[in-house]
Design a protein around this ligand. Sequence first.
Ligand SMILES: Cc1ncc(COP(=O)(O)O)c(C=O)c1O
Length: 425
Amino acid sequence: MNRQLKPADISITLARALRRPGLLDSEDTAVVFYDLDLIASRISELKNAFPANTLHAVAIKANPLARILALLAEAGTGLEAATRPELFMALATGMPAERIVYDSPVKTGDDLKYALGAGVTVNLDSWEEVLMLERLAGRQPPAGPVGLRINPQVGAGSIADTSVATADSKFGVPLSDQRNRIVRAYRLYPWLTGVHLHIGSQGCSLEMMASGVAAVFDLVKQIESATGRQLSFFDIGGGLPVAYRRNETVPSVAEYANLLKQLCPGLFEGRYRLITEFGRYVHANAGWVASRVEAVKQLRNEKIAMIHVGADMFLRKCYRADQWHHEISVMEPDGSLKTGRDKSSYRVAGPLCFAGDILGKGISLPPVARDDYLVIHDAGAYTLSMWSRYNSRQLPKVIGYRENGKHFEILKKRETLQQVAAFWN
Ligand SMILES: Cc1ncc(COP(=O)(O)O)c(C=O)c1O
């Protein structure tokens, strides 16, 4: 299955945005767009694939735009927060605490107090955090549910940097190395009522993800027979891969849920509150960036198109070009799609002051001219959220749209010079 937005549809939307009075101005050299219909349909797919009482706590780190968090809250999802500021933002949406999950890999006592006070679900990451909670709570149960992040140690997917369930991963407590200690902790602390795991983000097969869930499910059965009590929640994390290359096929969320059902039917019988934490799956394919071309330089063997976005927004692509990919298409100044057979090889470079600010090399594109737009596809997750302050560039305007651009909404204004300067105060 491949459900990336098509260049032709993006071209229709861009042309409509360019024609819409007051939406864009000459300072909008790069603009981020989100197809809000696509985000809504991904949420429906999640809801249809898992039991109705599943909490889909969408990972804020993938896309923290406040307006999008609010739309997710309206759509009935939850939110997964990886830091105290993300937790603050989740609470600021007005979402009830029982739909918020706090997962930071490094929590202070103050972080824990804040989260416990808010009554959100907390997943502890280390034995130090377990002891911290013991000191905070004594033997009194905390207000919200508390789980422990288990590393099922199932190995790495195809991207080492985003694989978090290797034998020596920094995340959680390692299952095969410390199984007895984990069971003892659940016996000792009745307030440990759930489990959490996450295998990796992009690059992990469904089989690998499901085998991690099955290993932790097996642990839960052991904990329940050792303690004589039933755990209340099972958080399977995120990690569903998406398509970045044209013609790339990826599994659907329904396939994942079916595989989990086969391996651990007990997870789907309503005994546990299931929690998911998908981020990339919800956002990646819905976002794209249109940047005006400012210059085209002829080099010895290749042309270079100079644009207004680069390693400031596409950190992963620029620093690990071997691991990440974005398709790029060319649109005319009025938004119409440039096609044609007279393609040549281009390098696409961003505006930052370092040589590695390159979004792609040897890309075959139709002729690119000054004032055209280059569209960078599938840019909705782990892009704006990783924005770099190097060279103090302004965050671009972010526009949401429905029905291919019949309706537009500014999700975030372009950052002002004053806001950028204030960041460094
Ligand atoms: C604990 C946790 N949950 C969920 C996610 C979201 O993963 P993805 O965006 O691949 O679904 C991440 C991402 O790294 C994570 O670390």
